[in-house]
Design a protein around this ligand. Sequence first.
Ligand code: DP6
Length: 358
Amino acid sequence: MLTEKDFIATSYNSIESASFEWSAPSNIALVKYWGKKENQIPANPSISFTLNNCKTITKLEVVKKSENNSFSFDLLFEGKPKEDFKPKIQKFFERIEQYCPFLKEYHLKIDTQNTFPHSSGIASSASGMAALAMNIMSLEKAINPTISDKYFYSKASFLARLGSGSACRSVQGEVVVWGNHAKINGSSDLFGVEFSEIHSNFKNYQDTILLVDKGEKQVSSTVGHDLMHNHPYAERRFAQAHENLSSIKAILSTGNIAEFIKIVESEALTLHAMMMTSMPYFILMKPNTLEIINKIWKFRNETQIPVCFTLDAGANVHVLYPENVKANVLQFIQDELVGYCQNGQYICDQIGNGAKSN
Ligand code: DP6
């Protein structure tokens, strides 16, 4: 079992310069991570589908510098300097410094872009931190070629977690578990692990993201997670996440879509229920979020087509369905749901398998 100590880089060489490029996808949680302890340790385990089309593409150029007292980096977003992203990256570097002491030996140029529209309400922290972590691991591999693939990917996920918790689920695998769970071998609070016992019913599972509200988040996820401290229902919620993960593990391997729908929708509503019952309380759903949920339920009842929804910490709706009903569901979305999306916008995505080197 890998521990924090195993991720401290100790022996490595140095290089004059190098450049790397990785893309990493976003992911959508089925059992949600909401609540954390010190050092980005989740309060409960979570599981997600890795997406395919919504991703961040990040290029890292490194040049050896003479001193190694501080982090030195330029940050470009879509080719232009982006000063307001820098504090987050600086904080990330500070958090991972003990594991990647070599970072201070280089000047870094980080050039990043997303495939999904900027401020679409789609969290870019998961894909962004995962893509950056992959590049840092490529640098580590360049200065220490002996590291194994397992170490490479586990540490990439470990680093990504320190940037943003859910980012550790965007590194490798179609379905990823993060957080210790008694029934999932190898599961860890430190990094995501691939969950591979997946029935063919879930192959190419579709996720159409309806952009209901593209506005700035009312509540940052960090503040949101914090509200689970002293939350009246926290302990029961954390226990429930363990139970739901046990259930969904069996569901994913037997292909029981009807049961899948129950867990996934309940998890989405529970996440929002936690927000509504914290102090301070807040509502991130919009009227159109509820309109869409009701339409999905009506359509499912009338047609028996197994389409369901999930939500993240915002108003957008992820519509999940098997590939074999894609044509019907897209028609339904066009006919009945597009009207509830901001400027009629939605993004078609599906399960993918993680970060890629370009
Ligand atoms: C609601 O991973 O964005 O999407 O660790 O503070 O960066 P930080 O939080 P973040 O939280 C994601 C919460 C969620 C549920 C989930 O993805 O599991």
